[in-house]
Design a protein. Structure first.
Length: 364
């Protein structure tokens, strides 16, 4: 199989979908790897690293897409890339289709196959290709939240961990999955006071046993959410329904409960956001203010720490890239692997993911 790795084109995206060692493993297995020049530069990986490992370097994305049987990316295809995708070609990347009808319809029109990182489930029901970036985004959410609580950033002017004689910030984390648990862990390290909410009591019991005393693990319901919104200085939105659009846990009217200068970091924005007033932003223009509440809704948060994120992602994706390449076709791979089958959202231009179909009233 010919595996193609284009340079990411989404704004402020510095990750790359394959490490040089991944290229070497694919070549050793008898496959050909084509990498666009400077694809790894945002992660500190130079072209010679790939060439030494057996990859063929080309100058343009057009050359990569024209030659490859399977495209391996990090972020969803951008409009110019959609025009390059061929019928029956395989694209393996994060898609987050449920957040964008335009992307969904655009990809369906290509006649290609979409294998989505974010819906791939292993034999234990985990999401192994989503977890690494969730860990990065969860930790970053507190880093970014601490910054935007500063007064010059329109925040309340609060130091996250406080100082002796002055109370630390109150942090509300909505969702106790990988994002939420990592956010709570870092916030606790800063010395903040944290309320970590979820509806999974088993998960809450586990986290209550292993997390520091400054994290309160609470059951999530409308009353608790509204009560804690008024208490919080920083809110982390970390709700996930795999493949589906995120539910709105914070409505427009709920913002009135919040303190002026409070900050929302909506990590769930990749799936549409869990705050009704959220809309996608970029690293260049990351925030906006609604009802005196600062909103940070960057759709590719881990892209800002490209080197860390690239290694974390590729460590997880490479076994599945090899599995797809060895199978020679997605159909064969899906037949042999329930994990690959769970990741196929579109097959040869036909939508097969129920969660995406439900988001837009489409059929599968």
């Amino acid at each position: 199989m010919i595996v193609g790795v284009p340079k990411e084109t989404k704004r402020d995206e510095y990750r790359v979908a394959l490490l040089p060692v991944g290229a070497e493993e694919l070549v050793r297995a008898g496959h050909r790897v084509i990498v666009q020049r400077t694809a790894g530069s945002g992660s500190g990986l130079v072209d010679d690293d790939y060439a030494t490992c057996g990859a063929t370097l080309v100058d343009s994305a057009e050359e990569v897409f024209a030659a490859a049987d399977m495209i391996v990316k990090v972020k969803e295809p951008q409009p110019p890339e959609l025009a390059l995708i061929r019928p029956k070609q395989v694209v393996f990347t994060y898609f987050h289709f449920a957040a964008s009808r335009e992307l969904t319809e655009g990809f369906l029109a290509t006649g290609a196959t979409a294998v989505a990182y974010e819906t791939l489930r292993d034999e234990r029901g985990r999401l192994p290709l989503l977890i690494p970036m969730s860990e990065v985004a969860g930790r970053m959410s507190i880093q970014e939240g601490a910054k935007y609580l500063e007064k010059p950033q329109m925040g309340r002017g609060i130091l996250l961990g406080g100082v002796p004689g002055v109370a630390p910030a109150n942090v509300l984390v909505l969702g106790a999955g990988a994002v939420g648990a990592n956010a709570a862990k870092v916030a606790a390290g800063f010395g903040a006071t944290i309320a970590l909410l979820d509806t999974n009591l088993e998960r809450l019991r586990y986290l209550d046993d292993v997390t520091p005393a400054n994290i309160d693990c609470l059951y999530s319901d409308r009353h608790t959410i509204r009560e804690r919104l008024g208490w919080a200085d920083l809110v982390i939105g970390s709700v996930l329904i795999p493949g589906a659009r995120a539910p709105h846990l914070v409505g427009r009217d709920d913002l009135k409960l919040m303190k002026p200068g409070a900050v929302i970091i909506d990590v769930a924005i990749d799936q549409g956001g869990c705050v009704a007033t959220s809309r996608p932003t970029t690293h260049a223009e990351p925030t906006f203010v609604v009802d005196e509440v600062v909103h940070y809704c960057v759709t590719n948060m881990p892209g800002a720490v490209g080197r860390t994120s690239t290694y974390a992602l590729c460590n997880a994706t490479l076994p599945y890239v090899l599995e797809l390449a060895e199978a020679r076709s997605v159909e064969a791979a899906a037949e042999a692997s329930t994990a690959i089958r769970s990741a196929v959202n579109v097959c040869n231009g036909r939508l097969v993911c129920r969660a995406v179909a439900d988001a837009f009233g489409m059929s599968v």
